[in-house]
Design a protein around this ligand. Structure first.
Ligand code: NAP
Length: 521
């Protein structure tokens, strides 16, 4: 079954199934594999839709985004039940994720309406300027062009077909072609229908949105290589993100790939916090590690403690909580296999101690939690200990002193988040560590846990490589829109030929910067 502008009715030979994450059983129906030809058709339709999408007035664009949200809600419980079966995630989590998905679309609708993203800027002609006249210069942002989106396995709604990347790209006026994640093919298809319902209801061109279900690397590569695609949004593995970035770079006309990939999200426990509330923090740590079977890009993979501070209460509480934690189903058999291999590899390193394993659990692909410990010396000497293990595992790293914690941070790769747990008496230490943390991460969290990402104006869900391929942006929050825009300047064009955003009478009532001065709408 194919959804999207790429659908055709020619006979297909290849089909695939989605699987129940708890039982491992294949779920009906089977889905028809999209192939490179489908990708080419979808991209051609996206290119044909580009002008309409790009020039769609902000108010209509906002209505379209909101309509997608309504169509998703109209799918009702069928969507939640299908997502539960395919991912093993509990109802409450998926209902919350649906709310976030719809809220994200509403959020971008409000940004689009407000119009500041257009960055309308006018430097009027200065005919008398010496030594030479200044021409009339007017700048705005336009859409970058059709965008390919790769949905993430771990957020079947909020980071998938109508998730963060799709919402940001549509808000920016870009047609979108989604490569569906095969781990939640049925969920993806339902949401794709909802988006296409919104496209039709809003009278937009059919190529505004297409959905390509499939399981082959060939399909994803063909999509990224298609000359009509102008940018890529991706969330997933480092190997997958880099493979697609290589395809994008090898094109006759290379394009940007905004890939969010791998992060171990270090947490630093300072002595005041360990002393005053170590037991509570130990429990909270494990709740964060095991949330959603640890399948969060912001899962705390490493906690740094000072070995001579009072961390006993923290360690004991964490060890007990992890020992009691029940294994939850992982998203796919492949992810569980990679997780088990990752934990085994960590444990095979000399000096890595197993503090606790969680309860083993039943079902097709349970994720048994693991809490390991190692010294900072060893952690620094073995790069393999600093790699992401996607799942409910975390490594407690014991450092000699604050300076050594700084050295550990300096050695880490780029991160989505770093977290620091402190009390007022620890503030000088926090101040000393902040420059190290700023160099490494997109978000620095004080006294919290990294799992949980707000959709808001100030959020940065990004960071230096390999957290993402481009540390200047975020995949969550208002700044996510900027990835899919480009500036364009019009010199000496008369009002009659200028886009509405830049006409002298400001028909869209946009906030604009005129001759360097910001004017509210
Ligand atoms: P993935 O394997 O990277 O797949 C993500 C998407 O990219 C899928 O649609 C996949 O298509 C496609 N893809 C992957 N490699 C490709 C290639 N070489 N060429 C073309 N397309 C390609 O990620 P996943 O399935 O979601 O999870 C696997 C691992 O990714 C996890 O074990 C974890 O390490 C990591 N992960 C990280 C995050 C994060 O937020 N940092 C989130 C989820 C997963 P096909 O499946 O059809 O090949």
């Amino acid at each position: 079954m194919l959804v999207g502008a790429a659908a055709d009715h020619s006979p297909r030979t290849a089909t695939f199934a989605a699987y129940d994450a708890v039982t491992g059983a294949a779920l009906a129906p089977r889905f028809e594999e999209a192939g490179p030809q489908d990708a080419a058709r979808a991209c051609a339709l996206a290119a044909a839709a580009f002008e309409s999408c790009n020039e769609l007035a902000p108010v209509r664009r906002a209505q379209f985004l909101q309509r997608i949200g309504l169509e998703i809600l109209e799918l009702g419980d069928a969507l939640i039940e299908r997502a539960m079966a395919e991912t093993g995630l509990p109802r409450g989590r998926l209902e919350g994720e649906r709310q976030r998905t719809v809220g994200q679309l509403e959020f971008f609708a409000s940004i689009v309406r407000e119009g500041a993203w257009i960055d309308a800027t006018i430097d009027p002609e200065q005919p008398q300027r010496l030594p030479a006249r200044r021409p009339d210069l007017r700048r705005r942002h336009i859409s970058i062009g059709p965008v390919a989106v790769f949905g993430a396995s771990n957020f079947p709604l909020a980071f998938s077909v109508a998730g963060a990347d799709t919402a940001a790209a549509l808000a920016a006026g870009c047609p979108v072609v989604v490569k569906g994640h095969p781990a939640h093919a049925g969920t993806g298809e339902l949401v794709a229908r909802a988006v296409r319902g919104a496209v039709a209801a809003c009278g937009l061109p059919v190529g505004t949105f297409s959905y390509l279900p499939g399981t082959t690397a060939e399909l994803g590569a063909a999509l990224v290589a298609d000359p009509n695609i102008r940018a890529v949004g991706f969330t997933g593995s480092r190997a997958g993100g880099l493979a697609l970035a290589r395809v994008a770079a090898a094109r006759a006309e290379p394009i940007p790939v905004f890939a969010e990939m791998s992060s171990i999200n270090p947490v630093i426990l300072l002595p005041g916090a360990a002393r005053r509330r170590g037991a509570q923090l130990g429990q909270d740590y494990i709740a964060s590690v095991t949330l959603g079977a640890g399948q969060f890009c912001t899962s705390p993979g490493v906690v740094l403690v000072l070995e001579h501070s009072q961390t006993d209460a923290f360690e004991q509480a964490a060890t007990a909580a992890l020992h009691d934690s029940a294994a939850q189903p992982m998203l796919t058999g492949a992810i569980q296999t990679a997780y088990r291999r990752g934990v085994d590899q960590l444990l095979s390193h000399p000096g890595v101690e197993c503090l606790a394993r969680g309860r083993p659990g039943a079902g097709a692909q349970p994720g048994q939690a693991a809490l390991l410990a190692v010294t900072a010396e060893r952690f620094m000497s073995e790069a393999a200990l600093r790699q992401e293990v996607f799942g409910p595992a975390s490594l407690l790293v014991r450092a000699r002193d604050l300076q050594q914690i700084g050295c550990v941070i300096d050695l880490l790769e780029g991160q989505l988040t770093t977290t620091i747990l402190f009390e007022p008496e620890d503030e000088p230490s926090v101040a000393a560590l902040l420059p190290h943390l700023q160099r490494k991460a997109g978000r620095i969290i004080g006294n919290g846990w990294p799992t949980g990402v707000e959709v808001c104006h100030a959020m940065v869900h990004g960071g230096p490589y390999p957290a993402t391929t481009d540390a200047r942006y975020t995949s969550v929050g208002a700044l996510a829109l900027q990835r899919f825009l480009r500036p364009i300047c019009y010199q000496n064009l008369p009002d009659s030929l200028l886009p509405a955003a830049l006409r002298s009478d400001n028909p869209l009532q946009l906030p604009r910067r005129i001759d360097g001065v910001l004017h509210a709408s």
